[in-house]
Design a protein around this ligand. Structure first.
Ligand SMILES: Cc1cc2nc3c(=O)[nH]c(=O)nc-3n(C[C@H](O)[C@H](O)[C@H](O)COP(=O)(O)OP(=O)(O)OC[C@H]3O[C@@H](n4cnc5c(N)ncnc54)[C@H](O)[C@@H]3O)c2cc1C
Length: 388
């Protein structure tokens, strides 16, 4: 039986492992985390709408349900020519490798004086603590923002920052102390959220005005100071607590080896998710460079499509399965439910349209339902809905 080595246990890695075991391959999945982390619903932890455990799907349980081997190790480098990967514990190989270890963060600014919801999962608990302390104090200034990567517009994660600030507003409002807090949203681009389309941009502007959230847009960030965020013009945005999402860059382990990489370190793949120049190495999810329209974005559902296609294409190209190879390009869209704690907005963007549909109350519960569905369908406790 042929062996597939999967590096990473997030949306892409777990999907690849499920598909590859179903297709009859022997599967080793190497990931240091003992759980798959559901990032999209992590925004609720600081606002007491979800606890940390509810975001985690046990890797041991996944491995036992589907019958793959989970190996707890961290990959440090890849030798594509040898089709092997070196971890902190040992070296790994396989007939095929699917690289799916996500992205690293662009470290153009020092990580002191801010916390991020897109960092290592445990950081969300520190954010919860920081907000709790300010609430106990009874007043404060909170800054929320995200950064850009000038070399790759897909390496930006703005959606969760919007969700965070809207959830924070509604949480403080519910506690009856919103008027004692100053909330500011900042981003280096002039029109953050532009890729969602003009309608979404207008709607977001309306939300910021209505919720009295100040904005600092179009200013490059110089540094994060204990007193707040310092911009390139030396203006200081005062902040008692800052939540900032740095832009993404290619994973450090991908940079450590001979994989072909884009300018910002993402793995270059063809539309079949095959790493350029290699027959037996694939990459899926946030670690891979995405081709496509200017508005394209790295998202969980794209990671899953890429992983699924990678397994299908391995079987097709090797002649083990009949059929045509599948491209990820025709699945590119932006689709998310942008939560605000008391409701949400459905966001959809493709080549033809960009829409944002407000869904008061029901939208929040829809996203809650998705979180439950994600966990239970991954564990095969409920059937999978195609495309979800
Ligand atoms: C707060 C937040 C909210 C989001 N909301 C949405 C949303 O609403 N909708 C949406 O579609 N997308 C959303 N996203 C994006 C989505 O979560 C990512 O696109 C998705 O997680 C990418 O999946 P991935 O498997 O490529 O990477 P990840 O999910 O980051 O998984 C990477 C995996 O690789 C492992 N790993 C890391 N380093 C190594 C190493 N050296 N060796 C081995 N394994 C390693 C990690 O432990 C992890 O298991 C959100 C992201 C964040 C952070």
């Amino acid at each position: 039986m042929k062996r597939v080595l999967i590096l990473g246990g997030g949306f892409a890695g777990v999907e690849a492992a499920i598909e590859a075991t179903k297709a009859g391959y022997e599967v080793d999945l190497v990931s240091p985390r003992s759980y798959m982390y559901i990032y999209p619903i992590s925004i609720w932890v600081p606002f007491e709408k979800a606890d940390f455990d509810s975001l985690c799907i046990s890797m041991e349980e996944l491995a036992s349900v589907y019958g793959f081997n989970w190996i707890s190790d961290e990959i440090v480098s890849i030798d594509a020519k040898k089709a092997s990967a070196t971890g902190k514990k040992r070296e790994y190989g396989g007939d095929y490798i699917i690289v799916a270890f996500g992205a690293s963060k662009l470290e153009s600014v020092k990580k002191e004086n801010f916390l991020s919801i897109c960092s290592e999962p445990g950081e969300i608990l520190k954010i919860k603590e920081a907000i709790k302390k300010l609430i106990e104090k009874g007043e404060g200034k909170i800054a929320v923002g995200f950064g850009g990567n000038p070399k790759d517009t897909t390496a930006v994660r703005g959606g969760p920052a919007f969700e965070f600030v809207f959830n924070l507003h509604n949480y403080l409002k519910k506690l009856g102390i919103r008027d004692r807090f100053e909330l500011t949203f900042f981003a280096p681009m002039k029109e953050p959220g532009k890729r969602l389309g003009p309608q979404a941009l207008k709607m977001m502007d309306m939300f910021f005005n209505r919720l009295h959230i100040k904005r600092v847009f179009g200013k490059k960030i110089k540094s994060f100071e204990p007193e707040g965020v310092l911009f390139e013009d030396d203006r200081l945005l005062e902040s008692d607590f800052t939540m900032f999402i740095p832009a993404l860059t290619g994973h450090r382990a991908a940079k450590n080896g001979d994989l072909p990489l884009s300018d910002s370190g993402f793995i270059l793949v063809d539309k079949w998710c095959r790493v350029q120049g290699y027959e037996n190495i694939y990459a899926a999810g946030d670690c891979a460079y995405l081709e496509g329209p200017a508005w394209r974005a790295k998202q969980g559902h794209i990671a899953e499509v890429m992983a699924k296609n990678a397994v299908h294409n391995i079987a097709v190209f090797s002649g083990e399965k009949r059929g045509k190879p599948k491209s990820y390009l025709e699945h590119l869209n932006i689709m998310c439910v942008m939560d605000s704690g008391d409701g949400a907005a459905f966001v959809y963007r493709d080549d033809k349209r960009g829409v944002m549909v407000p869904m008061p109350v029901v939208g929040h519960w829809l996203k809650k339902g998705w979180g439950w569905y994600c966990k239970n369908s991954k564990l095969n406790k409920i059937p999978r809905i195609p495309g979800l």
